[in-house]
Structures are given as C-alpha cells and as structure tokens.
Ligand binder design. Structure first.
Ligand code: CA
Length: 220
C-alpha cells in the first residue's frame, strides 16, 4: 500500500515516513503543496496524509484539486489547525478523516488501515455470492436462505475477507491483522467470537469451516 505524505515539517515527515515503512507500507514524502498534488494525481497512491499549512498550495487547495482528479483517493488531514470551521471545511472538501497535531502514531496507523480497507471495499463486485451466502457490500447485509443480517463493521470486514479468499485456509493471526488491523494480542479470541456471532445470525449452513488449530476457510 502506497501512502503519500504531504508535510513540510521535516521532523514529522521523516517520522511518518519511517513509521509507515516499518509497518510495511510504501511511503512517498512530499515537501510542499505543488509537489504533493503532482504525486497525488499521478494515481500511484492508495491514500494521502495531508498537512494544511504548506508552502506553495495550502492543504485545502491541494485537497480540492485531488477531489477533481482522483475522487476515490482517500485523503486524511493531519494538522495543528484543529478549529471546528477548518475541520468542517476539510470534510466538506472530501477528506475522510481529520487528525489533530500532536497526534498518536498508533491511532494514525489504525485509522489509515480503516480508510484503506474501506477504499478497497469499493473495488470488485458489489454483491459477493458463495455457496448460498450473499454479501451486499453497499448495504453491508448478508443473506443465507431466509436469514438476513445487518452486519457490524467487524462482521462485515471478516466475512468479506473470507469470501474473497475462497478455498484458502486463513489463520486467526492473518484475520487479526487484516480485519482488526492493529496490534491485537495474537492469543485474543476476538476472531472466534466474531465468527460465532456470524454463524448464529446466519444459521449453521453458513459455509465457513473451522480448520482446527489454524483458522477458517470458506469452501469453494
Ligand atoms: Ca505545515
């Protein structure tokens, strides 16, 4: 996943670049608004972290331009300007998030993963159907026979991950990192709890198999 970091303050830019690299992302730093915008419209990035007070074009101007050229590209604002009017203006212009400086790196990374997953969720077919189970990605509803369930965000992400990896055995650790996204204790049982909830809501015919001591599989 390629992250564009538009930030003029070297200390923060280097810190973010190192942090994203350490987490397995491919970060591209940009030092000013014009450079950042040029990179953003190249279509080579999956998400943008955008400072607002920048030399050249300011962040809101960059955001406006990005929306015109790359309407699907998620942009998270990271700014010391935390006043409500600026935050609202940012959302109005299409930012998916607004994080105030000083910020927590863990929270920034967690939110980045959430937005990347959401953006990824818009790709591919709107309705995924496997073995009598259908998942509507727009309404986040799952249907199995007569049963229909409005899924929570986590249930939806988990089911979507399994249904887009049909036939593969997916380990609990992989589900934790792909669906929960941040540093959950690998011994945590949140994955099993979530699968149990899905089975309870959709009935026992739901095609999720337990692979003992490993994880789960949706049979082809
Ligand atoms: Ca700045």
């Amino acid at each position: 996943m390629r992250i564009l970091i538009i930030e003029d303050e070297p200390r923060i830019r280097d810190f973010l670049t190192r942090a994203f690299k350490a987490e397995g992302f491919t970060p591209t730093p940009a030092l000013d608004g014009h450079t950042g915008l040029r990179y953003a419209v190249s279509g080579e990035h999956d998400l943008v972290i955008l400072d607002l007070l920048l030399p050249g074009l300011n962040g809101l101007e960059v955001l406006t331009e990005i929306r015109m050229h790359q309407p699907q590209l998620p942009v998270m604002i990271l700014s010391a300007r935390a006043d409500l009017a600026t935050r609202l203006r940012g959302f109005e212009l299409g930012a998916v998030d607004y994080i105030a400086k000083p910020f927590s790196l863990d929270e920034l990374l967690a939110r980045t993963r959430v937005h990347l997953r959401r953006a990824g969720g818009l790709n591919g077919p709107l309705v995924i159907a496997v073995g009598g189970l259908t998942l509507d990605q727009a309404s986040r509803q799952a249907r199995m026979g007569d049963r229909v369930a409005d899924l929570s965000e986590r249930e939806f992400q988990l089911l979507r991950y399994l249904l887009t990896h049909v036939g593969e055995v997916i380990s609990r650790e992989r589900l934790l990192s792909e669906v929960w996204g941040y540093d959950f204790d690998p011994r945590s049982n949140v994955v099993d709890v979530c699968v149990r909830r899905i089975r309870r809501r959709l009935g026992s015919e739901v095609p999720i198999e337990t692979v003992r001591n490993v994880g789960y599989r949706v049979a082809a």
